[in-house]
Design a protein around this ligand. Structure first.
Ligand SMILES: Cc1cc2nc3c(=O)[nH]c(=O)nc-3n(C[C@H](O)[C@H](O)[C@H](O)COP(=O)(O)O)c2cc1C
Length: 281
């Protein structure tokens, strides 16, 4: 229930705040609409609840001491690149655990349950994303669809794919090279989690937030000596179908396959952009 008196007060407060600004200074969003948070409407959950039973849950370790990691930040930033040629060697559960933590891991909770503080920054610490995985080749995991539970640092198995290569290919609009990845990360936005605080402006903020999490994936993958490639060309309809999301309250925003790579494949990688040379671009 919206408190109309509070709403009026907040709109007036917004108008008073903007007094003295030229019209040009006002963005399309500065229409004095108070957000649901300002209207004291209940805060939505910080994370999506588990969807499968507890027997489908796989706890992940936060002890990364067994991983061979490059810790040199300068070389990680320098060597970060997009990789689309994968060697299909094994990937361990510990490596996957590290990448989930690097992209969306929770470090602490602000207040009782006001916000999660994670390994990536996020506007208002709303952390409006959910992580889904199509796991193809990770030691100890059955092939199929998974969902990350950041509060517990666990994944839950949502189900098998009839044909995982086909699902990877179709979700990524026919980018066949991704079929050889070990796992594909899919990030959705749960819109109201951010809208509650920032209204429609939250969708702009989310564009920035999404970049942070994939950059951490790139850096984490580089530290592991593996490869990834951010993917913006994905099929909303196919993703909605595979992950059972409605595409409105929760919609796909970003995806990234992760795979093992070898330095010798750099030439094959270069072939991806051969058209630039061929067409004299
Ligand atoms: C938001 C975003 C979407 C992208 N989408 C795709 C894609 O759909 N397919 C693809 O092959 N590469 C995609 N890329 C990778 C870019 O092509 C790549 O980052 C760019 O060519 C620069 O290469 P580098 O990452 O190796 O520096 C995407 C990158 C970003 C950041």
């Amino acid at each position: 229930m919206i408190d109309e008196k509070l709403k009026k007060e907040l709109i007036q407060k917004g108008r008073d705040f903007m007094k003295g600004y030229k019209d040009d200074d006002m963005t399309a969003d500065s229409d004095f609409n108070p957000s649901d948070q300002q209207l004291r409407l209940p805060q939505p959950p910080l994370c999506k609840a588990a969807m499968a039973g507890e027997d489908k849950r796989i706890a992940l370790s936060l002890d990364f001491s067994g991983l061979e990691l490059n810790n040199d930040v300068i070389s990680l930033i320098r060597d970060r690149r997009s990789s689309r040629v994968y060697t299909e060697e094994n990937m361990t559960l510990e490596q996957l655990s590290f990448l989930l933590w690097a992209t969306q891991g929770i470090k602490s909770i602000r207040g009782k349950s006001y916000a999660t503080i994670r390994t990536v920054p996020c506007g208002g610490a709303r952390h409006e994303f959910e992580t889904y995985l199509l796991v193809r080749k990770v030691e100890g995991l059955a092939e199929g669809i998974y969902h990350y539970l950041p509060m517990e640092h666990a994944i839950e198995f949502l189900g098998e794919c009839e044909n995982i290569e086909n699902d990877i290919n179709e979700t990524l609009c026919g980018q066949k090279w991704a079929i050889k990845s070990n796992v594909v990360f899919y990030w959705t936005m749960v819109a109201y989690r951010a809208e509650w605080r920032y209204g429609t402006h939250s969708h702009r903020v989310a564009l920035l937030d999404a970049g942070h999490l994939c950059q951490n994936l790139y850096l984490g993958v580089t530290a592991l000596g593996m490869g990834t490639c951010g993917i913006g060309a994905f099929s909303h309809d196919y993703c909605n179908k595979v992950f059972g999301i409605d595409g409105e309250e929760e919609y796909m925003v970003y995806t990234a396959p992760v795979g093992t790579v070898s330095p010798e494949d750099r030439a094959a990688e270069a072939a991806f952009y051969k058209f630039v040379e061929d067409e004299g671009l």
